[in-house]
Design a protein. Structure first.
Length: 422
């Protein structure tokens, strides 16, 4: 009996197997749920950004009507910055559950504004969101294990093994066809909701194909693992335990051990440490001589040396100068925090090569632009925008011109150059 004949026969038998149908149904329902929840979350985030942009402009316009100098306008004017989710973010939410994807910033010291952020969901940070990436990386292999661990042992227990082998023209074709059909069914019911969601979300064909290719390669890996272990001449419970042991090692033990080890190898300052350092620097500036602040400021902004003069009473130029100095004093910590996170991310990538579940999730997050590099890119865009605000306000703050609201029409607006076709 050739492979195709085995496939036709096994297809009929598989569709009568309640266990196969049950597990396929579970995976399908979980995939539908994961895609639906992911798309709903992306929609909610986009609606939030749209609403916040409207409110942001209204509040800024309202602040302008109550101010009569540039320093007051800069102080009370907030500017929304945001990282809009990509079209494929629903499938792999990644760090969007742990890090802030929106900030309202103003001309004050920036680093404290970045790290005084919305808290991520602690539950998602601990166990991960059930998105499509998590489903395929962690849950899908379990269903495959349940269907393939007794591929041969169940037939031995039922007393049909010798008969099946004797009647099969090619013994290997019988088991290969059975394994392929079960794995194929599980894969199809998992990816159908994803493909549907990706098309509805407007994801690019290239991104969809890349995800499908990775998922197929991942499925083949687990198929080979399960098929090899199922070939052992051992009772079903023993084979099941071996499969679960492999899954536990690859999906939990190696990633967790790798993360703990990497955290020990690469220490880095916390966001709260940066926040407190900056706050102390800004608060201390009130008690320092103004000239000390101006000296530190013009060291990095020499073009304002002639205009940075100490006067009597409160000065807006001095106030924003020591806000800038506060950022300068936390620059080394901020750079260390960014570089440390990137270093940890790179090392975790190396660990992922021996932990396929982690590798799949990381790869999908990269395509969906929800990984650490995307977070760092967003933070860099915030800093670029804040620098644009300072470049706009400094000539007005250090100049001698009278207040003119028309000059504020040229204030920069935040924009995130973001490839949203993934």
């Amino acid at each position: 009996m050739n492979l195709m004949a085995n496939m036709r026969r096994e297809s009929t038998l598989m569709l009568r197997d309640r266990a196969v149908i049950a597990w396929a149904g579970v995976i399908f329902l979980l995939a539908v749920y994961a895609v639906w929840v992911g798309m709903a979350e992306v929609k909610q985030q986009r609606e939030s950004i749209t609403w916040l942009l409207q409110q942001d402009k209204l509040e800024r316009d309202a602040a302008l009507t109550h101010q009569s100098d540039y320093g007051g306008v800069a102080y009370y004017s907030f500017h929304l910055t945001y990282d809009e989710p990509s079209n494929l973010a629903f499938a792999a939410m990644g760090l969007r559950d742990e890090t802030a994807w929106k900030h309202r910033v103003r001309m004050l010291a920036l680093e404290g504004q970045i790290y005084e952020r919305d808290a991520g969901n602690p539950v998602f940070a601990l166990i991960g969101r059930l998105d499509f990436a998590f489903l395929m990386a962690v849950v899908w292999p379990l269903a495959l294990i349940m269907l393939l661990h007794d591929l041969k042992s169940s037939e031995r227990v039922a007393g049909r093994y010798n008969l099946l082998v004797a009647t099969a023209a090619q013994q290997s074709a019988l088991w290969v066809s059975r394994a392929l059909l079960r794995a194929g069914l599980l894969l199809v019911v998992a990816v159908l909701p994803f493909v549907t969601g990706a098309l509805l979300s407007g994801a690019s064909l290239l991104a969809i194909v890349l995800v499908l290719a990775m998922v197929i390669i991942y499925a083949v890996f687990w198929l080979l693992v399960c098929y090899w272990l199922a070939s052992w001449q051992q009772p079903s419970p023993t084979i099941l335990a071996a499969n679960l042991g492999v899954w536990l090692l690859l999906a939990v033990v190696i990633p967790l051990a790798g993360r703990i080890t990497i955290d020990q190898i690469v220490p880095l300052p916390s966001g709260s440490e940066i926040l407190m350092t900056q706050r102390e620097a800004v608060n201390d500036a009130w008690d320092l001589p103004k000239q000390d602040t101006f000296d530190a400021f013009v060291a990095t902004h020499p073009q304002w040396q002639e205009q940075a003069k100490v006067g009597q009473g409160f000065q807006w130029d001095w106030y924003y100068a020591f806000q800038q100095v506060g950022d300068q004093k936390t620059q080394a910590l901020s750079d260390a925090y960014r570089d440390g996170r990137l270093h940890r991310h790179a090392l975790a990538g190396l660990v992922a090569w021996v932990a396929p579940p982690a590798l799949l999730e990381r790869s999908m997050q990269r395509i969906a632009q929800t990984d650490l590099k995307s977070v760092i890119t967003y933070e860099s865009k915030i800093r670029e925008f804040h620098a644009q605000l300072r470049q706009f306000y400094y000539p007005l703050l250090f100049g001698d011109g009278a207040f003119d609201a028309d000059n504020l029409q040229q204030r920069p607006n935040f924009s995130l150059t973001h490839s949203n076709d993934s």
